[in-house]
Structure formats: structure tokens, C-alpha cells
Design a protein around this ligand. Structure first.
Ligand SMILES: CC(C)(COP(=O)(O)OP(=O)(O)OC[C@H]1O[C@@H](n2cnc3c(N)ncnc32)[C@H](O)[C@@H]1OP(=O)(O)O)[C@@H](O)C(=O)NCCC(=O)NCCS
Length: 157
């Protein structure tokens, strides 16, 4: 899914604010645009007012990026900018992503997250459950190690 440069700007503006540098989770512009050249990668935006189609002047509150492989969609990045959090926008964007994956014929969504990330509450509310752990997968600059948790949402249950 090719993204127009304006949409990459929107994704990057959220990316730069949303992810703590401590964990090295944010992607740079090159990584985002390269991924979106690949036909199997998709993205979605959400405006500060919850809108899916953003007008030129609208503030971008969040985005997702995902990749489909066979019948499985992997959620690669999911973020809401700090100033727009705790207003339900994460719920709205995740619901849209799940519906779109289902409509694209996927039978399962997969994601990986850092243990302790509050996003776990959001994913659990939408039916994701833990399927595996990669012990000490993330390493913070101060030497702490944090597990990566794999989660899935299956549409076949
Ligand atoms: C995770 C994130 C997307 C949530 O966005 P949001 O717009 O604040 O989400 P919502 O307002 O829709 O809240 C969704 C639920 O998430 C949970 N939640 C979100 N932030 C939370 C926090 N700081 N502490 C505890 N629970 C939290 C709550 O269960 C909440 O539901 P509730 O308000 O009904 O109780 C946002 O905090 C974010 O971008 N974080 C940084 C990037 C990131 O870590 N992304 C996930 C990578 S795996």
C-alpha cells in the first residue's frame, strides 16, 4: 500500500512523540516508506476527532501499520500521540484495524509487545490473548531486560 508523502509526514509526527526512546520501538521515515512500498503492508490514520479520512488541516492523533502474510495480519506499529490519549481513540483505531483485517480475509492477527506496556489492557479488551514470550528480548540503555509478549486474536474461535 503506497502512502502519499503527506500521510508519511502524519505517521512520523505521531511516531516521534508516541514511542519512548528508551525501548527503541519507533521506526524512522525510511523504514516506514520502505515498508509501505511492499504491497502486503498497510496503514491507517485517526484524526483528533476520531475521523478515518483526514482533511489537510486535521490534526493526526494516531496511526497503525500492519503486514499481511497469507491469512495472518501482523500489527507492526500502533500509536496515539500523548496529547490525545485516554479519550478512546486507541479503542476506535484498533476496532477499525481488526474489522479491516477481517474484511481482508485474515483469520488471525498477531502482535508483539513489551511486557508491562499499558497497551496490553487495550489489546485484552479487544480479545487478544498471550501465545508466547521471548524472554529478555528488549534491552533498555540502562541494561534492563524486558520480555516480549506475543499475542493473537483469532477469528476462528
Ligand atoms: C497504547 C495506546 C495506543 C493507547 O491509546 P489511547 O488512545 O490512550 O487508548 P484509549 O483511550 O482508547 O484507551 C484504551 C484502553 O487502554 C488502556 N490504557 C491505555 N493507556 C493506559 C495507561 N496509561 N494505563 C493503564 N491502561 C491504559 C485502558 O484499558 C484503556 O481503556 P479504558 O480507558 O476504557 O480503561 C497509547 O498509550 C500509545 O500510543 N502508547 C505508546 C505506543 C505503544 O506503546 N503502542 C503499542 C505498541 S505494542
Amino acid at each position: 500500500m503506497i502512502a502519499p508523502p503527506d500521510d508519511i509526514d502524519r505517521i512520523m509526527s505521531v511516531m516521534e512523540q508516541a514511542f519512548s526512546p528508551e525501548y527503541g520501538e519507533a521506526w524512522n521515515r525510511r523504514q516506514v516508506s520502505d515498508a509501505l512500498v511492499v504491497g502486503s503492508c498497510r496503514y491507517g490514520l485517526i484524526g483528533a476527532d476520531g475521523a478515518e479520512q483526514l482533511s489537510e488541516e486535521a490534526d493526526t492523533a494516531g496511526f497503525f501499520m500492519s503486514r499481511g502474510i497469507l491469512d495472518e495480519e501482523e500489527l507492526l506499529l500502533f500509536a496515539i500521540a500523548p496529547q490525545y490519549r485516554r479519550r478512546g481513540l486507541g479503542h476506535i483505531l484498533l476496532s477499525r484495524f481488526i474489522v479491516s483485517a477481517k474484511n481482508n480475509g485474515m483469520s488471525r492477527i498477531f502482535l508483539e509487545m513489551r511486557r508491562g506496556n499499558p497497551a496490553a489492557f487495550l489489546y485484552a479488551a479487544h480479545g487478544f490473548h498471550e501465545i508466547g514470550v521471548r524472554p529478555s528480548y528488549y534491552r533498555t540503555p540502562d541494561g534492563n531486560r524486558i520480555d516480549a509478549i506475543s499475542q493473537e486474536l483469532s477469528f476462528q474461535d
